[in-house]
Design a protein around this ligand. Structure first.
Ligand code: SAM
Length: 215
């Protein structure tokens, strides 16, 4: 994996752009500054790697826009050692950012070929989240509870099972809406029965599929 001065310079400019767009958490910016986003792109598309844009990764899916990754990660407010569930592994970029933040990452992907590709690729880069294949719309009950859960696909509603699988004090960051536009939500489990909800800006994700997603 080549990470040249040119790549590093492009990455620094991207991080500065994220700061200008309002991302304040320096630990998130620093983690994103360490993950070489260009290695997720074929050479012909290198130009796109450090633009603040989503990009197709095959099978009708995308590597999320850097601003979206930064925004969701900032909301998640992780600390080193947190046990985090990511629903929608995709390219694995978000999982790498979470690994850089020192969390223990469980990541699940619905699309079998993407799961296979990312499960092989990330360890080659030195990132070792735990990979799962299947429908994450109901979480990963076998490994619950999680300190934090992040959903990187647009859901029609908040799946109850994800709230159930949070530890007390934990939070779920999830985009919820229709198939065009979703509001970013953060749900915090204050006690077993008390859940608080915060609503943030609109985003546009590929759909969350599966039993508790868009069938
Ligand atoms: N986090 C990814 C990254 O860093 O590249 C971006 C994810 S992409 C925007 C959304 C991903 O969610 C797709 O790879 C899609 O296949 C996956 N997905 C959709 N529904 C799912 C489900 N029910 N369970 C797990 N993954 C799902």
């Amino acid at each position: 994996m080549v990470d040249s001065y040119k790549h590093q310079g492009m990455r620094r400019r991207l991080i500065q752009k994220l700061r200008e767009k309002g991302i304040e958490d320096e630990s998130v910016l620093s983690a994103m500054g360490k993950v070489p986003r260009h290695v997720f792109f074929e050479n012909a598309f290198l130009e796109h790697a450090y633009q603040d844009k989503a990009f197709p990764i095959g099978h009708g899916q995308t590597i999320s826009q850097p601003y979206t990754v930064a925004f969701q990660t900032e909301l998640l407010n992780v600390k080193a050692g947190d046990k985090v569930l990511e629903i929608g592994t995709g390219s694995g970029y978000q999982a790498c950012v979470l690994c850089e933040l020192g969390t223990k990452v469980y990541t699940i992907e619905y699309q079998r070929d993407l799961y296979e590709r990312t499960r092989r690729f990330l360890p080659e880069m030195g990132y070792k989240p735990l990979f799962f294949s299947g429908d994450g719309s109901k979480g990963l009950s076998k490994h619950a509870p999680f300190d934090k859960i992040i959903v990187t696909a647009g859901a029609p509603t908040v799946p109850n099972s994800l709230i159930e699988q949070l530890s007390i004090g934990g939070c779920l960051v999830i985009p919820v809406g229709d198939d065009n536009v979703q509001q970013m939500l953060r749900l915090t489990k204050n006690t077993e029965r008390k859940i608080s909800k915060e609503v943030f800006s609109n985003f546009s994700f590929v759909p969350l599929k599966g039993e508790d997603g868009w069938k």
